[in-house]
Design a protein around this ligand. Sequence first.
Ligand SMILES: Cc1cc2nc3c(=O)[nH]c(=O)nc-3n(C[C@H](O)[C@H](O)[C@H](O)COP(=O)(O)O)c2cc1C
Length: 485
Amino acid sequence: MSETARELLGEIEAFLALFQVTPTKFGVDAVNDGHLVAKLRKGGSVTLKTADRVRAYMASERSEQPAAPRQAAASHRVLLIIGGGIAAYKCLDLIRRLRERGIAVRAVMTKAAQQFVTPLSVGALTSDRVFTELFDLDDEREIGHIRLSREADLIVVAPATADLLAKMAGGHADDLASCVLMATDKPVLIAPAMNPRMWLHPATRRNVTQLKADGIALVGPNIGEMAERGEAGPGRLAEVPELVEAIIGMLAPLVQKGGGNLPLVGRHVLVTSGPTHEPIDPVRYIANRSSGKQGSAIAAEAAALGARVTLVSGPTQIADPPGVEVVHIESAREMLEAVRRALPADIAIFAAAVADWRVATRSDEKIKKAAGQGAPRLELVENPDILKTIAAEKGGRRPKLVIGFAAETQNVIEFAKKKRRAKGADWIVANDVSPETGIMGGDRNAVHVISEDGVESWPDLDKGEVARRLMARAANYFAERTAPV
Ligand SMILES: Cc1cc2nc3c(=O)[nH]c(=O)nc-3n(C[C@H](O)[C@H](O)[C@H](O)COP(=O)(O)O)c2cc1C
């Protein structure tokens, strides 16, 4: 791939991340070539004339958009180390999303990372110079690798390649990225991304175990499809919203230590999330389509507001939010037990989709299909009602604010009002989970918040924004009750 093509691809990737458009749309609008990006990504070349036309197109589009947010105050500073993986392009969106949240980002790129995105694109989004060289005379006069670490609150490695994990675990320091990581005393969050075989390789397993023992926090990787056609498994970079949540979850306590004003500092927030699995026999279970995204976003947001957070989660495919204590359970009864153990809490939010019923007697052996005997009959019994049980707790064990979620497919507000009274909850967050809404498992949510003050209907929002509004409302609830008279 020529230098021109590589640089242009980096700029296009930054542009796509910035404007959230697909490569095809981009190609049609820019050069009437829907395959330009695909060709460049495969290592194809480009003429100077086309490159100029594409750059002119991007410049004109940019000039119509509002400027990117300015760098934040120095109290939220992330040093982002970008490794050389195929997912490096997602860093461009990550930088933008962090800066939207007022977090300043400075980037270090490995040599390999520069094969995937250019320092030019990264620098355009960080509004800062990008650091690539260990032996840089200007930087090293001031011992640049030490300064880079000192001037950050948190170091994030994304994508963390198998190679970077090995270097970190082994204590190597032969380039700027690894040298910074060796020289830092700041918290480090890594977001691995690689082919499933690389992730499952015994060497990577050993390195990850070592890094966890060294106190390094991990987000992801997720299970899913790889860039390589037909490949799937564990190794996908955590999605950008998950990375943002993870970063905020780690920054919050650091800022708190530095005297930041966080409304939920000193409070314990308990959140349940995800589906439950109710076993039929050792291999089969009853489940539902809950993804756990909403509960996880709420837990991350509570942590970002300074709370100590316990997340009791059923089985999901998403990464644990860092900065949150996560208790993994499977069944409704396990969830209730974990919730009880986590009490007392100031706020309890029950976002999990708990199965209403379980099989009366789970078989210890796999139920066999026998010829002529027909299908087995499953007798169902009711599961404990976790929301109702905790809302009825006595002796100071009832959380001061109990919030339940109601997933309905009809008469949403009516049913939710009844549910609030029947369960003894303070608020119910109700949503319509009919399949056509795409809410169950999706990234967006349209909710009604029902309290004794009435019904507040929020517009269609992404689940992160629902979490932000809900936790801001909960923080206000406490602020009003503790305000000096
Ligand atoms: C097209 C391509 C894609 C790659 N994707 C990944 C990846 O996703 N994860 C990974 O660990 N390595 C990946 N590699 C291998 C790394 O680029 C290689 O190990 C490199 O030395 C990593 O350097 P770094 O850790 O200093 O960034 C890829 C290599 C190529 C050629």
